[in-house]
Design a protein around this ligand. Structure first.
Ligand code: SF4
Length: 216
């Protein structure tokens, strides 16, 4: 019914949907309000990602570095951008290093950024994605954030903004361990590994975000 002329409206009324977008969603009609909404969401996501990458680049310039298995790769990327900006300002002294110039250089990286609850995922290479390996879908074009193991995946980074999540996780795990009976050895071993990992991530974030001036 939805594919006939005027069918979307007829289907909306027949199915008693409140919004025509709902009908379009069920009918998979391309080009309708659903497509517009999706385009709008994607646009906002791209802008948000760009701002996040810019923030991290500025942090890098201040000596606040990323932590986690993907930290080295991200730091090298930022160093490359810094070098390009230096070269540009050397050849054209009047060039302003404004945010727009930097954003242009950061856009490609922003396009592969996905947000985990406790990490950033830089999905540059599906074959290196730990979540896809675990799921047995190594060629998928999106990460499986729900299966993220950011402490072990080479595409993950942790930043000061993620610290509270890890610190809270460590605190909660410690309480669970304290409540376990002496017979629950397997559970205790698992929780202890979880606790140690959370503490390690917190320590790495602290070490990477301590600038030379602070540690002097
Ligand atoms: S494991 Fe996490 S960081 Fe790695 S690719 Fe998957 S979602 Fe991204």
């Amino acid at each position: 019914m939805a594919y006939r002329p005027g069918g979307a409206l007829a289907t909306k009324i027949h199915m008693k949907h409140i919004a025509v977008a709902t009908t379009e969603g069920y009918a998979s009609r391309p080009g309708g309000a659903q497509a517009e909404l999706l385009a709008e969401v994607n646009k906002h996501e791209s802008e948000r990602n760009l701002q996040l990458v810019l923030e991290e680049f500025r942090n890098y310039q201040e000596g606040v570095l990323p932590a986690g298995p993907g930290a080295r790769s991200l730091t090298e990327f930022f160093a490359g951008i810094d070098t390009q900006l230096d070269a540009a300002s050397a050849t054209a002294p009047k060039t302003q290093r404004n945010d727009r110039d930097v954003l242009n250089l950061l856009t490609k990286r922003a396009n592969v950024l996905h947000l985990g609850p406790a990490n950033y995922c830089w999905f540059t290479d599906p074959s290196r994605a730990l979540c896809l390996k675990l799921a047995g879908t190594p060629t998928a074009d999106r990460p499986l954030i729900g299966m993220c193991d950011s402490a072990r995946c080479p595409q993950a980074t942790h930043h000061p903004g993620h610290r509270p999540v890890w610190a809270e996780h460590a605190d909660r795990t410690k309480i669970f361990i304290g409540q376990l009976g002496t017979t629950r050895k397997t559970e205790r071993t698992r929780l202890q590994a979880d606790y140690d990992r959370a503490l390690r991530v917190v320590a790495e974030i602290d070490a990477a975000s301590t600038t030379d001036e602070e540690s002097a």
